[in-house]
Design a protein around this ligand. Sequence first.
Ligand code: ADE
Ligand code: ZN
Length: 332
Amino acid sequence: MPVVTRDWLNKLPKVELHLHLEGSLEPELMFSLARRNHIELPFATVEQIRRAYRFSNLQDFLDIYYQGANVLQEEQDFYDLTWAYLEKCRQQNVIHVEPFFDPQTHTERGISLATVINGISRALTDGESRLGITSKLIMCFLRHLSEASACDILAQSKPFRDRIIGVGLDSSEQGNPPEKFSRVFAKARELGLLTVAHAGEEGPAEYIWTAINDLKVSRIDHGVRAMDDPKLMAYLVATRMPLTVCPLSNIKLHVFDDMSQHNILDMLAQGVCVTVNSDDPAYFGGYMTDNFVALAQAFDMGKDQARQLVRNSIEASFADESRKRTMRALLV
Ligand code: ADE
Ligand code: ZN
């Protein structure tokens, strides 16, 4: 039996800093949007979709994930997607979220950036007023595309500057190092946007260094390969550079063979600012509570460790100081 129960972990107030909205598209919603938008899916049933969610690596997953996003067409679809995620947050006591969206996945299909951002941000506004869940939205560039394409999206996003706190970098990591995007990240910083980047998920620790040095990120998404490099570990501890770790994702994508091999609690013990997140919960088998429960089952995680993981998320978040103070006070 784990030291902490699912019920305790579910009640624990939580903060999510690494969540792809497109990765929260549950098969049921995928089907209903496909019907609404007259789109043919290559699956006949929800069960068939779930059975297809067996991945051998990141690329394997991304191929299915981009295909699933095709059902998102209208502003209301993006609203419904975001609202469904916020409902999960309410059920699992997630009180603050900083979700990602991938604009190029949609603009490349002829969907306007306004359609995407208006739908998402309307749901986030309702999430705060109706559910009390605060949020900051992060726009990710797809790293398998060119830097010119990222620059184009950044330029298109200027009218929506007030809706976005920062930019990120996701998609196929290996062979697409952070420095490929140095100039567009510099432009984003000039616009006052904060920066984060996926690094050290499948790619080497070197990519974490270049995300820090070239892209000047405030957080590293994943970063679990940092343990390959003792100098990097010392740097992360000394600077409290946060890592947004996604335990269930790492198992589903075979970054680790088994949860018992995961290094998050080891890094926590060494003083790294690690946090727990769900990444693409509709594809990886669980939301925030499920990720905490998976850690509790694999390790004898105690209440103090769980609370410290949430405290790290609050420290690493882009919420203002007064919101951070309120959230910290909820962690009894
Ligand atoms: N896009 C959605 N999920 C991702 C992940 N885990 N890594 C890289 N890109 C992603
Ligand atoms: Zn991710």
